[in-house]
Design a protein around this ligand. Sequence first.
Ligand code: GNR
Ligand code: NI
Length: 180
Amino acid sequence: MALLEVLHYPDPRLRRRAKPVAAVDATVRRLIDDMFETMYAAPGVGLAAVQVGVDRRVVVVDVSEDKSAPLALVNPEILEREGEEEMQEGCLSVPGVYEPVRRAERIRYRALDRDGAPIEGAAEGLLAVCIQHECDHLEGRLFVDYLSELKRQRIRKRLEKQRRLGTEAPRPGRREGTLI
Ligand code: GNR
Ligand code: NI
């Protein structure tokens, strides 16, 4: 198992459309295992392969509080969307930013599991939001795309500055723009 590096917005690799997985082989299973380890360590409730620089249609999700509901989805498809809700979203590729996004409240999805077996399921609440958020990543879409141009520009500038300064997030006792 290995921790993978998570790309940050506005890295252009986050904008690629991920390619379908032809066969769920040992390489894909290792990627899934490494993605779970990376997601749990972050910590996050979901992660798409695109975020770790792999442009394949693979996502992992676990919205439980005790790592008890791992869900690996290969070539996921959303079959049905129903209702609407607004939820505060964050993204490991857009650190420190939390903004409300409107999405479908309930979905039905189809995918292959870690063994390559077809699965179908229904989801609501945070799980439904998370699966939609991850499927967006596979299309090169980020949750900031649902925000206003002005907000997105501010977020991009802030993250570009953090990258230049080599700081991931402002820490207490360390003001932005200072190098102490
Ligand atoms: O950890 C995450 N939390 C989250 C909260 C609300 C809506 C979506 C998410 S997904 C995010 C992890 C991530 O970036 N997945 O791509
Ligand atoms: Ni994300």
